[in-house]
Design a protein around this ligand. Structure first.
Ligand code: AP5
Ligand code: MG
Ligand code: ZN
Length: 214
């Protein structure tokens, strides 16, 4: 099953994908994390992506699409995967449709996690991430048991460079612009499902689990 999680920055895509991975066994593919990993390792791709990621703009399609298509051809995606952060514009959506079709596959479901923009700034400002296992925390909404330490794997938590208020503004603006055409694309294919992402994390996980199982 190939599933796309759509949602603005801070909507809970990563939080939910990490939980659903444990429930469904589907791989969690996230372009944001692929870029951050390449930036940390200092690869050529990382050097090209860095100025875009750090300023909150979209990395150009000629870099992003190839990276994502390579990733979903890895063995752990053979039975499908959950896509988080891709596609982010119509060009990416069309490239994904074409590439899957060439392998006799297709997107099964697209789930839009709807959260009002006013809520997102506070979520991003209070976010803490685990590099070890991908878990996501929030200092108020989802605090770890011990400050700064991951409950699951014990690794140290960190805050993202692009969660600074000025960069968050750009990210929100860029993503709001691209969202409607993407929703229309998947609505047109009859694949768009929508869930209320403003409730607590467990309630959203339950909804998503139900949608995926249906
Ligand atoms: P990416 O890493 O994907 O960032 P994003 O889209 O801005 O999304 P986030 O990861 O910020 O939000 P999320 O929805 O995962 O929220 P989370 O679960 O963490 O991309 C980073 C950058 O990479 C982009 O800006 C771009 O430069 C580049 N890039 C990536 N993909 C690209 C592409 N396809 N094309 C071009 N460039 C690309 O939750 C947020 C916080 O809220 C956490 O603290 C969490 O604990 C809390 N929270 C979650 N759910 C709830 C809830 N239900 N109630 C209360 N709090 C909650
Ligand atoms: Mg994320
Ligand atoms: Zn961890």
């Amino acid at each position: 099953m190939y599933v796309i999680l759509l949602g603005l920055p801070g909507a809970g895509k990563g939080t939910q994908a990490a939980r659903l991975k444990a429930q469904t066994g589907l791989a969690h593919v996230t372009t944001g994390e692929l870029f951050r990993e390449n930036i940390r390792r200092g690869t050529e791709l990382g050097r090209k992506a860095q100025p875009f990621v750090e300023s909150g703009r979209l990395v150009p399609d000629e870099i992003t699409i190839g990276m994502l298509l390579d990733r979903i051809r890895q063995p752990d995606c053979g039975r499908g995967c959950m896509l988080d952060g891709f596609p982010r514009n119509l060009e990416q959506a069309r490239a994904l449709d074409t590439a899957l079709a060439a392998d006799g596959k297709r997107i099964d479901k697209t789930v839009y996690i709807r959260v009002p923009t006013e809520e997102l700034v506070g979520r991003l400002a209070g976010r803490w991430n685990c590099r070890g296992c991908g878990a996501v925390y929030h200092e108020v909404n989802q605090p770890p048991r011990a400050a700064g330490v991951c409950d699951n794997c014990g690794a140290q938590l960190y805050q993202r460079e692009d969660d600074k208020p000025q960069v968050v503004r750009t990210r929100l603006q860029v993503n709001v612009e691209q969202l409607q055409p993407l929703l229309a694309h998947y609505r047109g294919q009859g694949k768009l499902l929508e869930i209320d992402g403003l409730r607590d994390v467990d309630a959203v996980t339950e909804d998503l689990g139900a949608v995926l199982a249906a």
